[in-house]
Write a new protein. Structure first.
Length: 91
């Protein structure tokens, strides 16, 4: 257990930060699942809209250092590739 005042404050800050980070990661994962559901349904229009929302969530997570910016970029790239393959099958 922390003894000094600064260590106790750091513990309190870490608890808050962890809760925020977990919430942001959870929201991102939920949005990715919605995107994947739209992909599996074969609806390119809905998948495109969901992709836009996923990118927004990933960018916000990367901006707040919840997630590294390159991790977010890698995820966006992989999802974009899936969307592109769906659109090429339809077109």
């Amino acid at each position: 257990m922390a003894h000094s005042l600064s260590a106790k404050k750091r513990v309190r800050q870490n608890v808050k930060r962890r809760a925020l980070n977990r919430a942001r990661k959870s929201q991102t994962k939920t949005q990715i699942k919605r995107f994947e559901a739209a992909l599996s349904s074969g609806d390119a229009e809905a998948a495109g809209e969901q992709y836009r929302l996923v990118v927004k969530k990933l960018d916000k997570a990367a901006a707040t250092s919840t997630m590294h910016k390159r991790t977010a970029a890698r995820k966006k790239s992989r999802l974009a590739r899936q969307l592109k393959s769906l659109k090429s099958k339809k077109g």
